[in-house]
Design a protein around this ligand. Sequence first.
Ligand code: PMP
Length: 357
Amino acid sequence: MNKYIPEKVAKLDEYIPDNGKYDIRVDANESPFLPSEKMKKDMEKAFSGVAFNRYPDSEASLLKEAYAKIYGIESDCVVAGNGSDELISVITATFLSPGDKVLVVLPDFSMYEFYAKISGADVVRYEKHSDFSVDFDDISRVVAEEGIKLVIFSNPCNPTGRAYDKETIDKFIDSVDTLVVVDEAYMEFCTKDASVLSEYSGRENLIVLKTLSKAYGLAAMRCGFAIGNRELITAIKKVKSPYNVNSATQAVATAVLGHVDEIKNNTAVMIAERIKVETKLRELAEKYSFKVYPSDTNFVLAHIGDKSKAIYSYLIERSVKIRLMGEFLRIAASYSEETDRVLDLLEEAFASVFSVR
Ligand code: PMP
């Protein structure tokens, strides 16, 4: 082994995104929608106005103002990132020192653990119950007992699809003497009262993460936000690289944020399509005895068991990519025709795989 590579990196499992081409992709929880002609025109105009010879606005002021306005928050309590992914990395670099303990609540988004380890932190892995419910009082106890420096979890959760309600999360934030990062990447799809965003200024220990990669349909541009009280946001800004969000992203994303009605319509379609996926999966689950988890997001998780790989492969052979996670499958909603195609193929796959006993 090359002696110049530190142990913390040598030990990491590489995160390898699938860059393959498929006819249908419902494996990454993206929006299936391209911008309308009207939105695209504004995006193109914004792009052509970029001063390509100059460094970007390090504050991403216009972008933050446009975003803050939508959620009724103060823009100086927001920091923009090159995707919320980058912000997870900047947050762990800001608030953690080697040997500090981070608590993750599994299963959850794998990058939390990844970036915590890169910061040299020790990861405490708290397991959810088998139905993915969580006893937050018990997590509070572990946080105190273990001297946890930072707790990070997604709400609603990727991959489980489940959202914990606002009251529960609020109470948890109050009960712990540690920094709590709540990743609300999928909150736009959640119809329950679950967001703690409104608490951002009144709490010293809360950071909320948001992204334009899901409901806003802008995954390609890489844009996310962290929201918290001014002191926390100032600390994050000190650590981030000065020009982390490029000018094209700032301009184009700002243009997209001027089309909230279109985003809302698309979000409503994705919610309706997710309900369709959930309903179909439940129907199949009754026939083939597997478990489907209720979802507050744009995707659905199912525990299939040892046939999961065979179902997944059946779809891959037909150029349809769903997400395989061990014995689980995760399927995102698309627009109607595409969702229907995925569901038809799933039905076929189950019939084919389960008949060969
Ligand atoms: N948080 C969660 C829970 C996610 O599922 C994802 C993307 N899969 C991200 C953050 C990263 O999103 P972004 O595209 O903003 O980096």
